[in-house]
Design a protein around this ligand. Structure first.
Ligand SMILES: CC(=O)SCCNC(=O)CCNC(=O)[C@H](O)C(C)(C)COP(=O)(O)OP(=O)(O)OC[C@H]1O[C@@H](n2cnc3c(N)ncnc32)[C@H](O)[C@@H]1OP(=O)(O)O
Length: 493
């Protein structure tokens, strides 16, 4: 029993009271002074019961506090009291419910967005009163007041006791596995039961080759969901007529900008763009000289020409200005980067031969399932996807980039766009620091055994060699055959 230093009976004219964000029992009538007194006492009751519930469930901190209730507009706490107990009465149970916007899997594994889903958020009956029917009494009162049914309740990370409670009182046993902490019971999505509960339920989205694509944050962060082969078979009949609209949707989804803080524009990485530009130039020119087709896209050649011209200009300036005028060169390099950026934007929209557009065939191809919800009926506590899982999903199942995955999509940090294109796993990149603190050289694909400081080599490093090797094979490589790029950095960049 949970008793308090004050008399709880004025707060509980009924055995069960309902409390919302004003922290007053629904039965409360009184003046301003009484109101302050009542909210203060009610806060103490809620905090105490919330703490006991957390301890009972083994949680490190309570999910129910008066402060949280005060801040939430769509949550309600039901409190059960025994006014006969002791001198001041005792509070014996707490049930917190609310409406949540949830992305949920249905029985077939399709994602549905359910707005204002009825949710059981916290439930506690004091240990000394459990298994005496008080939980059911509290729950039934809540169902009546909220006009909910047990089947339509989503349960936030239920304990074993609560699962047993649902099984015993409502015959609810078979759950629909979810990827979040919520548990639903089979029948949740039945239309016949939709009279109460769901204020808004969106229809499942399109699928493509078993990849389930929605506008959900999960899809935007981790990519499409694989539903499994049997689901594919079931859908194949109707897939033909959906083909066209599906392609359109896929295109739309991949072009959706992430929302919120993920949608904020990130500062461009000039360094990576320059390296990327050199890599593309290298591939283009190299491909042409070796007889490979480079006619896939004119933009690549434009970039190569532009880079060559710009780097020639730098080379000339370097020779003229020797070691002075760092600022002038820095500005020129920035201009190159700016122009490149504009080209790469177009380049990204019309990928060259190195970045083929994904071509979707009508038949699904075998893909390792990244995250199909396990079809079991034993509720398991869902776990949060780690970045490594996201990485494996992307790595194994993503087709060649229809859109560039950035940390907006992967959740991974510090992924410089373009560096990977310039430096292959077998290659190495070196950063040499020159005398001045803000001046350095990047060397890419240096042949093994090359001494960075050996005489005769550093001269080529000290000036830009991207275009200075006119007599050499690639025109943008050093005499030794590695990509070489001079750069400046400044603490203010
Ligand atoms: C979303 C969430 O809030 S999850 C957290 C749920 N809360 C907890 O786990 C806190 C500790 N448990 C409790 O507070 C209570 O047991 C509640 C709230 C789950 C149920 O309240 P009670 O007053 O015990 O429920 P009530 O008496 O109406 O029903 C009893 C049934 O609940 C289940 N149950 C209650 N206690 C237990 C227990 N210790 N072990 C297994 N099942 C239990 C059983 O099905 C039981 O029926 P039975 O006695 O015939 O086996």
């Amino acid at each position: 029993m949970v008793d308090f230093r004050f008399d709880i009976r004025p707060l509980f004219p009924e055995a069960i009271v309902r409390v919302t964000s004003n922290l007053l029992p629904h039965t409360f009538r009184g003046d301003r002074r009484q109101c302050l007194d009542a909210t203060s006492k009610m806060s103490e009751i809620i905090d105490r019961l919330g703490q006991l519930s957390a301890t009972s469930q083994g949680l490190s901190k309570p999910v129910t506090t008066a402060q949280r209730l005060r801040m939430s507009e769509n949550q309600t706490i039901y409190l059960l009291a025994d006014t006969e107990a002791g001198h001041n009465g005792a509070v014996t149970g707490l049930l917190k419910v609310g409406n949540k916007d949830l992305y949920l899997f249905d029985e077939t594994g399709q994602t549905r967005k359910v707005e204002r889903a009825p949710s059981i958020l916290d439930f506690y009956v004091h240990e000394s009163r459990q298994r005496a029917g008080l939980g059911k009494r509290l729950f039934e009162t809540m169902l009546r007041e909220e006009n909910w049914t047990p089947l339509k309740c989503s349960v936030d990370r239920p304990s074993e006791k609560l699962l047993a409670f649902f099984g015993k009182h409502y015959g609810l046993v078979r759950t629909i596995p979810q990827s979040n902490n919520f548990v639903l019971y089979e029948g949740y999505f039945n239309e016949s039961n939709s009279s109460n509960g769901h204020a808004h339920e969106q229809s499942p989205q399109e699928t493509k080759n078993g990849l389930h694509i929605t506008n959900s944050p999960n899809t935007q962060l981790f990519g499409a969901t694989y539903l499994g082969e049997d689901v594919n078979h079931r859908r194949r009949g109707s897939q033909q007529q959906k083909q066209n609209s599906s392609n359109v949707l896929l295109q739309q989804i991949t072009q959706i900008s992430p929302n919120g803080r993920y949608g904020a524009r990130h500062p461009t990485c000039t360094m990576a763009e320059i390296i990327s530009g050199i890599s593309k130039c290298s591939t283009k020119v190299g491909g042409a000289s070796s007889g490979e087709s480079s006619s896939g896209n004119g933009d690549g050649n434009n970039i190569a020409e532009m880079m060559t011209a710009q780097m020639d200009l730098h080379h000339l300036e370097d020779e003229q200005q020797a070691h002075g005028h760092m600022n002038t060169k820095r500005m020129d390099l920035q201009e190159v980067a700016d122009q490149e950026e504009a080209h790469f934007i177009r380049f990204g929209l019309q990928p060259s031969m190195e970045e083929p557009q994904p071509q979707f065939e009508p038949e699904p191809e075998p893909i390792t399932p990244p995250s199909p919800p396990p079809k079991t009926h034993t509720p398991t506590p869902p776990s949060v996807r780690s970045p490594e899982v996201a990485e494996s999903i992307i790595g194994e199942n993503r087709r060649p980039a229809a859109f560039q995955l950035s940390k907006q999509h992967t959740g991974m940090k510090n992924r410089s766009f373009g560096v990977g294109m310039a430096v292959m796993p077998s290659s190495k990149m070196e950063f040499d620091q020159e005398e001045r603190e803000d001046f350095g050289v990047v060397k890419i694909n240096r042949p093994p055994g090359h001494d960075a400081h050996s005489p005769g080599h550093d001269n080529t490093d000290a000036v830009s060699t991207v275009s200075s090797g006119g007599g050499g094979g690639g025109g943008h490589l050093t005499n030794e055959g590695y990509n070489d790029l001079k750069f400046y950095h400044n603490r203010l960049w």
